[in-house]
Design a protein. Structure first.
Length: 178
């Protein structure tokens, strides 16, 4: 069984519980925080990878670190430790978020712009591009990229929409050279 299949199974089980209990949005938000901690907190990484700590010690540390999360989220994390699947935690979160987004008709988008986008600009981008990909809305993560000169570059999954000035100049240059 490959890692992604394992992660999908755990994520699917948690997704079903969250959907039944009607706490899908809350669980998704908590899992985003959990993912952030697991990815960027080196102390947690070291604890989870340590072979010197017992399973019970790891579970106690995880309980202390995530004391405020939903009981279903915490139980899933503890179950992953019981099954020696600590390295799958981030992928379980990613799979859960994917399932939740599909259920709610949301797509995740990365928008690269010269300056931070305003709320109205985010909403306008979401409205236009969500319709193009058949979703209700976009969850936009904005990155400031001073190399663009102007405009935006939007990435949704494996699709890239380049409306930047730099991209337009590159296309014009290729057109002139052919």
């Amino acid at each position: 069984m490959t890692n992604s299949i394992v992660a999908k199974r755990y994520a699917s089980a948690l997704f079903q519980i969250a959907k039944e209990k009607q706490i899908l949005t809350a669980v998704e938000e908590e899992l985003r925080v959990v993912r952030e901690v697991l990815q960027y907190n080196n102390d947690i990484k070291v604890v989870l990878k340590s072979s010197k700590l017992t399973i019970e010690n790891k579970k106690e540390i995880l309980k202390a670190a995530f004391a405020n999360v939903n009981v279903y989220v915490l139980n899933t994390l503890l179950l992953l430790i019981d099954r020696h699947r600590e390295n799958e935690m981030v992928e379980v979160v990613n799979q859960f978020i994917h399932l939740a987004n599909e259920e709610m008709g949301i797509a995740e988008a990365k928008v690269y712009s010269v300056r931070p986008l305003s709320d109205s600009e985010r909403e306008a981008i979401s409205n236009v591009f969500a319709k193009k990909i058949g979703k209700k809305s976009l969850k936009i993560e904005n990155f400031v990229d001073s190399d663009l000169l102007g405009g935006i570059v939007l990435r949704i999954g494996n699709r890239i929409y380049d409306g930047s000035l730099k991209g337009k100049l590159n296309r014009l240059e290729r057109k002139l050279l052919t």
